[in-house]
Design a protein around this ligand. Structure first.
Ligand code: CLF
Ligand code: SF4
Length: 497
C-alpha cells in the first residue's frame, strides 16, 4: 500500500513507481481513478471481497493460437484450462446481465472474456455492450483481449464507455514469443514463427498506448511459463508500465496432459507458489500487481472465486421475469460500503500496535473465507484459501490456492487433506471458522497452526492480532521462527468458477 499523496500517475514513463494497483485504496489514487476502480473486483483487491463480476460468453472465435490453449475450452488468457462455458447471443447475454444484476445487487462489472477473443468477434461483443449500456447503465463494462485486433477497435471501445481493458501480453521479444504462439491470423493472412510473434507484440503495445492515451484503464495479464518467459516478464512489466498500464496480473501457467494443449502434452510445467510470488514481488518494485485473479471462466458469475453460473443457465434466465431496479442495487451497495469501511478501520486500529516496530520477520497464513473480508468458512468447506503475508507493516493479500473440498458429504477425505497441506505448505497458520479434530492434528503435524478462535471476524485484524502473539512467542523464546518451504499450485483440470 502506498502512502497518501504518493501517486505519480499510471501513465507516467521513466523511473519512479506508480502507486496504482490492486492494493491501492481511496487515499492512494486520484478521485477520478478511484471512482473507476473502487467497486471493480479485479482492479481493486479491497473491492474483490465485496463486489462481484459476471462474464457473458458471446465471443467464440479466436485469431491467434497460444500453446497453452485448446480450443475445445475457454480462452486460457482469462480462464483455467478445461473450462467450457455456455455460449450466448448478445440478446441472451443482455437478459442474463439484467437477471444477475437483479439477483446479485453487488454485481457491478460485466466482462467479455471469451470463450475465444472478444475482438475477433467484434460484432457480437459490441452489440452486447450496446444493449447493456442502454438497459443497465450503472454496470461497468470490461473487456479482455489478446490484443491483436485491439488497435482497430479503440474508437468503438471508447464509444461504449468500456473503461477497463485487459490485454494478455506474455512477451515483448519475438524470439520468446515464437515459443508461445505458433501462429496468428491478421489482415486475412496467417503468419507463423518469429514474424507472427513480432506482429503480435507490436499490435499489443500499440493498442495499450492508444487506450491509455484515451484515459481507459488497462490491465495486463501475463502467463508465467517457467523456462520460457519467467525471467522475461520483468521486461514485460517495465514495457507495459512505461506505456501507462494500470495493473499487471502475472498468472501461473496451468498445464497438464489432460488439457490437450501443446504445453500440456510436451510436459511444460507451471510455476510453484513461491516461484510465482517471487516474480510478482520482483515486479512490484516497478508497479503494483494484481494477485487476486481467479482465472475465471468465460461465463463466471459472482464474487471472484465463487461460482454461481449454474444458477443462471440460459434455460433458467430465459424463463425469468426480470425487473431491473437500480434503487435496490444502490441501497444494497451502500450497506456494502459501511461493512467495507468497518473492515478498513479495524485493520488500521490493530496495525497501530506495530507503530515504529520492524521485526524483519514475515510469515504467510492461509484463510478460509466466503467473502466480506471475514473468516467465515469452515476448513472442510473451503474450495480455496486466501493467502496473506504478515509483517510489522501489516497483512498483505498475496494470492490464493485452489483445493479440493476436504469435507465430502460429511466425511473427511485423506487424499484431499494431503493435497490441501501441499497447497498451503508455505504457510505458518490457517485461519478457519471451524475445523474438526482430524485435520487439526494433521495440520499441526505438518507445522501449520490451525486457528479457529477468530470465527466470523475480519481477516486482516485477526491476522495482525495473531501475528503480534507470534512475535511475542518468538521474542520470549517459547518458539523459534522457522521459514516454511514451497507450495503447489493446482495443475489439474478445473470445471468450477
Ligand atoms: Fe472479467 Fe477480466 Fe474484466 Fe475482471 S475477470 S474481463 S478484468 S471483469 Fe479478473 Fe477473472 Fe482474473 Fe480476469 S479475476 S480472470 S482478471
Ligand atoms: Fe486460446 Fe485465448 Fe490464446 Fe485464443 S487468445 S488461442 S482463445 S488462449
Amino acid at each position: 500500500m502506498q502512502q497518501p499523496g504518493g501517486y505519480t500517475g499510471c501513465g507516467t514513463s521513466g523511473g519512479g513507481k506508480a502507486s496504482c494497483g490492486s492494493g491501492a485504496g481511496a487515499n492512494d489514487l486520484p478521485p477520478e481513478i478511484w471512482a473507476k476502480v473502487r467497486n471493480h473486483p479485479c482492479y481493486s483487491e479491497e473491492a474483490h471481497h465485496h463486489y462481484a463480476r459476471m462474464h457473458v460468453a458471446v465471443a467464440p472465435a479466436c485469431n491467434i493460437q497460444c500453446n497453452y490453449c485448446n480450443r475445445k475450452y475457454d480462452c486460457a488468457n482469462e480462464s483455467r484450462p478445461g473450462v467450457v462455458s455456455e455460449k450466448l447471443t448478445p440478446e441472451q447475454a443482455a437478459k442474463k446481465v439484467l437477471a444477475v444484476a437483479s439477483a446479485i445487487p453487488q454485481m457491478t462489472v460485466l466482462g467479455i472474456a471469451g470463450p475465444g477473443d472478444p475482438l475477433a468477434n467484434p460484432a457480437k461483443t459490441f452489440r452486447t455492450f450496446e444493449l447493456i449500456s442502454k438497459t443497465a447503465p450503472d454496470i461497468k463494462l470490461c473487456l479482455s483481449t489478446n490484443g491483436l485486433a485491439l488497435p482497430d477497435h479503440i474508437d468503438t471501445i471508447a464509444k461504449f464507455k468500456v473503461d477497463h481493458v485487459t490485454i494478455t501480453i506474455n512477451m515483448v521479444d519475438a524470439d520468446i514469443g515464437q515459443r508461445i504462439y505458433p501462429w496468428i491470423f491478421w489482415n486475412h493472412k496467417r503468419y507463423t514463427g518469429r514474424e507472427a510473434a513480432q506482429l503480435l507484440t507490436e499490435r499489443q503495445l500499440l493498442g495499450l498506448e492508444m487506450l491509455t492515451a484515451r484515459g481507459i484503464l488497462c490491465k495486463v495479464n501475463s502467463v508465467m511459463i517457467p523456462g520460457i518467459n519467467d525471467k522475461h516478464l520483468v521486461d514485460v512489466n517495465r514495457a507495459v508500465k512505461s506505456r501507462g498500464a494500470f495493473l499487471h496480473n502475472i498468472m501461473p501457467l496451468i498445464s497438464a496432459p489432460e488439457h490437450g494443449t501443446v504445453f500440456g502434452l510436451n510436459g511444460q510445467r507451471g510455476p510453484t507458489a513461491q516461484e510465482l510470488k517471487a516474480l510478482q514481488d520482483e515486479c512490484a518494485g516497478e508497479m503494483n500487481m494484481m494477485r487476486h485473479c481467479r482465472q475465471c471462466r468465460a461465463d463466471a458469475v459472482g464474487l471472484l472465486g465463487e461460482d454461481r453460473s449454474a444458477e443462471f443457465s440460459t434455460d433458467k434466465v430465459m424463463a425469468m421475469e426480470v425487473r431491473y431496479d437500480t434503487d435496490t442495487r444502490t441501497a444494497y451497495q451502500a450497506r456494502v460500503e459501511v461493512e467495507r469501511q468497518a473492515l478498513v478501520s479495524s485493520r488500521q486500529e490493530e496495525l497501530a500496535a506495530f507503530a515504529g516496530e520492524n521485526s524483519g520477520i514475515k510469515v504467510l497464513v492461509a484463510v478460509a473465507t466466503k467473502g466480506s473480508g471475514r473468516i467465515n468458512e469452515h476448513f472442510g468447506h473451503a474450495k480455496e484459501f486466501q493467502i496473506y503475508e504478515l509483517s510489522t507493516a501489516g497483512a498483505k493479500f498475496v494470492g490464493h490456492r485452489r483445493v479440493d473440498l476436504y469435507c465430502q458429504g460429511g466425511y473427511g477425505e485423506e487424499d484431499s487433506l494431503a493435497m490441501i497441506i501441499r497447497a498451503i505448505n508455505d504457510c505458518h497458520a490457517v485461519f478457519v471458522a471451524k475445523i474438526g479434530g482430524c485435520p487439526k492434528s494433521d495440520l499441526n503435524e505438518a507445522g501449520i497452526d490451525p486457528v479457529d478462535q477468530y470465527a466470523g471476524e475480519f481477516i486482516e485484524k485477526s491476522a495482525i492480532t495473531w501475528f503480534r502473539g507470534y512475535l511475542d512467542r518468538v521474542r520470549s523464546g517459547e518458539i523459534q521462527h522457522q521459514p516454511r518451504g514451497d507450495a503447489d499450485i493446482r495443475q489439474g483440470a478445473f470445471i468450477a468458477a
